[in-house]
Design a binder for this molecule. Structure first.
Ligand code: UDP
Length: 454
């Protein structure tokens, strides 16, 4: 009896002690968290003030003095005002250098790092609109806007396909001093691709091909419309390697010319657009497009047939996208059949599946030539060449991490993965492409392919 009550007392005491120690641990943890949060906030502020000091002394003051001397005698204003959303959705007036282009115009923003009204890295700076913000925007506004934002970086490399709000949420969920630091590092190379939001032409003419200049949502809308009208459309993507091949391979070039739409894939095209004065709205490739295409197809009840890749990969991709997006997979087949003798049987399988969208993944230029050769007998409405897409979606080849794509280095990742096959495509192909772009720019657009291709 005595032993039982002693044991009970001991248990009570143990419970009290452990709960007290747990409480103390909880209290200590909260204190440690508060101290580390305050410390990291302090470090971030110190970095911001150092950057603001450096930019003010090195760039802002000299530019200000120069403009003071040049513009004031001419009676022109030094600054322009821009009303944007500040923290907590309040209006904030920012000064820009009047008459200068993007990067230089925003030099005065660095002064706002002293006042703390802007952060170096934060949410995107948006023009002020007096109407009440949507509730989601209210939450986004709780984070300070930054001179550098995930949205602005993705816009620079033209891969901001998810839209501003989704990108802002991604930033807010990832926000951390180390993440911000890496974001700032990413902003430096991204500046190379950025340019002012000049009105851009709908067609980007390059090496004699007419490339569509549209956003990802425009491209999806274009396909949705073609599907609704049952208007067969062949859609091909071109990257620098494809364009290099189009110069030397006449059949491929003809296949591209006969496409209904050619879409620009990769940072090389963004750079070419910049060099030729046609800023690209977005860098669109099959891998980034697939989620949007599947979401639209699932909503509109259009089914997809996947053709290409090594045996099993189209099926694995089909399973993955059916599960993730609820899209119907009409059929899937590998791409290693005899393209001369067995194409009829493959086309029969595609047509009898009643698929509306056919994705062909044989790699360029094989897939484009195959689609164009057989398009008259193919029933699906959308015929699209998608390269190595199934290798990525079946998980057999890893895609470059997002940060590498943001700074335009996806190709470096691909060389690291398959050096034997990729080095020539990129190490030789990229400079050759830039040379051809410059030749096209200098010698004009009236030349035929043989002239600018060599
Ligand atoms: N492929 C195919 N049939 C062939 C040759 C290639 O299905 O006769 C596939 C190959 O397995 C790979 C894709 O085509 O999945 C080509 O990938 P690559 O990365 O070269 O294409 P890219 O995206 O670079 O155009």
């Amino acid at each position: 009896m005595i032993a039982g009550s002693t044991a009970k007392e001991a248990r009570k005491l143990e419970k009290r002690l452990t709960s007290r120690s747990k409480a103390r641990r909880g209290w200590q943890r909260r204190l440690a968290f508060a101290v580390s949060a305050a410390l990291s906030e302090l470090i971030v502020r110190m970095i911001e003030i150092s950057v603001a000091l450096a930019v003010t002394l090195i760039a802002f003051v000299p530019v200000l003095l120069y403009r003071f001397a040049v513009r004031l005698p001419a009676g022109k204003p030094l600054f322009a005002k821009r009303a944007v959303f500040g923290r907590l959705g309040k209006p904030l007036t920012l000064l820009t250098f009047d008459g200068l282009s993007d990067g230089m115009a925003t030099l005065p923003w660095f002064l706002e790092l002293f006042t703390g009204r802007l952060a170096l890295a934060g949410t995107a700076i948006r023009e002020w609109q007096p109407s009440a913000p949507a509730p989601e925007q209210g939450y986004i506004s709780m984070v300070k806007p930054g001179i550098i934002s995930l949205w602005s970086i993705r816009q620079s490399s033209r891969i901001a396909h998810e839209g501003r709000e989704a990108t802002e949420w991604e930033y807010i969920f990832s926000k951390h001093p180390v993440y911000d630091f890496l974001l700032i590092l990413r902003a430096l190379p991204a500046m190379l691709f950025s340019e002012s939001q000049a009105a851009s032409s709908e067609i980007f003419e390059l090496l004699g091909l007419k490339i569509d200049n549209m956003t990802m949502s425009d491209a999806i809308r274009m396909m949705q419309q073609a599907l609704a009208e049952k208007r067969q459309s062949a859609i091909f993507f071109v990257n620098p390697d494809c364009l290099n091949q189009s110069v030397t391979d006449r059949d491929y070039r003809e296949a591209l010319t006969s496409a209904d739409h050619i879409l620009p894939d990769g940072i090389g095209l963004v750079i070419a657009g910049k060099l030729l004065g046609t800023p690209l709205l977005e860098n669109i490739n099959g891998t980034d497009m697939l989620p949007f295409l599947c979401t639209m197809a699932a909503a509109e009840k259009f089914s997809i047939f996947l053709l290409g890749g090594k045996p099993g990969r189209a099926e694995m991709t089909g399973d993955a996208i059916a599960q993730n997006y609820g899209v119907t997979i009409a059929g899937a087949m590998h791409g290693y059949f005899d393209h001369e003798k067995e194409s009829n049987a493959v086309i029969e399988a595609i047509n009898s599946s009643k698929a509306s969208i056919l994705l062909v993944a044989f790699g360029a230029p094989l897939q484009e030539k195959w689609i164009v050769r057989h398009r008259a007998v193919l029933r699906p409405t959308i015929l699209m060449g998608v390269g190595g897409l199934f290798d990525f979606y079946s998980g057999n080849i890893q895609r470059a991490p997002r940060w590498m794509r943001e700074i335009g280095l996806e190709w470096v990742y691909r060389i690291m993965q398959e050096p034997g096959r990729m080095w020539k495509r990129y190490v030789v192909g990229n400079p050759l492409f830039l040379y051809r772009v410059m030749k096209w720019k200098v010698l004009g657009r009236s030349l035929n392919s043989d002239t600018y291709g060599t």
